[in-house]
Design a binder for this molecule. Structure first.
Ligand code: NAD
Ligand code: IPM
Ligand code: MN
Length: 358
């Protein structure tokens, strides 16, 4: 088959550590399935600020735009936390999502049976949990005008939240399509009792819902959703929501799976091109120790294979390998019940590579 070009932007902290394991997995699938990948590495985030004076250098964006897919590690860290907005790693992350038109962020939270003990929730509550958060990724309060001003009672800060109907409609349609391929239930999460953007969101969902009449839609207020996710997680299937709500709810959903180190994501636009990254950040508290869980990044590769390349065989093989390694009892520290038996990032990656079967 043709060679696929993958842009690799590993970033900061544990980013390079987990990305290295994902690359091992991709190389093994070349051997097993005959696929061919070409990796091009780009500087991104804090390391790009240090070396190039900007979190998203033009040459990195060029590498991504010429690629078939992007694999991203994570960015950020205390070193850059007091920088101005333009010189923050996170600004590079928002910039790349916007520049590549990736308005749809798919974040699956699947509870592996053998990890029910790893969660802080009771195993019987987690039983059967398998949900997807579809997060709007290039609008809302993240991208609205931001400024400081002098007010009557001192300095003021302003963040504006803006959504137009086109932005809402395209993400909601994607979520309906995801729901149609699953259990045909969609929970649209908003704060329509308070926010005008949420009222437009809800109106838009209701207007296009008849076009997807096989899907049952439920509107859930975001505060209630945060609560219900812990009370009855298995009753959710597809959740669609705006940018910031999706950010927060997906980290919450991560704890259903046992750890944020388990949560993968795909960021998509209108076509098949996609950016794939773990949901977690650069984890400065454990960076450089070789103990981060690489599974979120490895499962993001499975999403890349399925959603961008259509390599369903290799995608399923990766997910099965992860399941088999976990079933055999191997754990990184974040998902280990007995922390003294935890293995490192490289060992976990090697075990998954060894478990891969055609
Ligand atoms: P974080 O996700 O980096 O870490 C939160 C906690 O989870 C930490 O205790 C960390 O050790 C743990 N953790 C995260 N990933 C793990 C893994 N793979 N294995 C084991 N444990 C893991 O969130 P944070 O601490 O709030 O943010 C740290 C930095 O990362 C900040 O600069 C933030 O802006 C940035 N961030 C970046 C991204 C991204 O690049 N997509 C996402 C979130 C946060
Ligand atoms: C994520 C992160 C980012 C976000 C930050 C680092 C800008 O938390 O990918 O979830 O809020 O989108
Ligand atoms: Mn987040």
């Amino acid at each position: 088959s043709e060679t696929k070009k993958i842009a690799v932007i590993a970033g900061d902290g544990i980013g390079p550590e987990v990305v290295a394991e994902a690359i091992k997995v991709m190389k093994k699938t070349e051997e097993l399935f005959g696929y061919k990948f070409e990796f091009e590495h780009g500087l991104f985030g804090g390391i790009a600020i240090d070396e190039k004076g900007t979190p998203l250098p033009q040459e990195t964006l060029d590498i991504c735009q010429k690629a078939d897919a992007v694999l991203l590690g994570a960015v950020g860290g205390p070193k850059w936390d007091n920088n101005s907005k333009e010189l923050r790693p996170e600004t590079g992350l928002l910039g790349i999502r916007k520049a590549l038109g990736l308005f749809s962020n798919i974040r699956p939270a699947v509870v592996f049976d053998c990890l029910k003990d790893a969660s802080t929730l009771k195993p019987e509550v987690l039983e059967g949990t398998d949900l997807i958060v579809v997060r709007e990724l290039t609008g809302g309060i993240y991208f609205g005008e931001k400024f400081r001003r002098e007010g009557a009672q001192g300095e003021e800060a302003v963040d504006t939240c803006v959504y137009n109907v086109t932005e809402i409609e395209r993400i909601v349609r994607q979520a309906f399509e995801v729901a149609q391929k699953r259990s045909k239930r969609l929970a649209s999460v908003d704060k329509a009792n308070v926010l005008e953007t949420s009222r437009l969101w809800r109106e838009t969902v209701n207007r296009i819902a008849p076009e997807y009449s096989d899907v049952e839609v439920e509107h859930v207020l975001v505060d209630n959703c945060a609560m219900q996710l812990l009370r009855r997680p298995s009753s959710f299937d597809v959740i669609v929501t705006e940018n910031m709500f999706g950010d927060i709810l997906s980290d919450e959903a991560a704890m259903l799976t046992g750890s944020i180190g388990m949560l993968s994501s795909a960021s998509l636009g209108e076509g098949s091109f996609g950016l794939y990254e773990p949901v977690h950040g650069s984890a400065p508290d454990i960076a450089g120790q070789g103990i981060a869980n690489p599974i979120a990044t490895i499962l993001s590769v499975a999403l890349m294979f399925r959603l961008t390349f259509g390599y369903e065989d290799a995608a399923t093989a990766i997910e099965t390998a992860v399941k088999n390694v976990l079933d055999a009892g191997h754990r990184t520290g974040d998902i280990a019940v007995d922390k003294s038996k935890a293995i490192g990032t490289g060992a976990m990656g090697d075990l998954i590579v060894a478990a891969l079967r055609n």
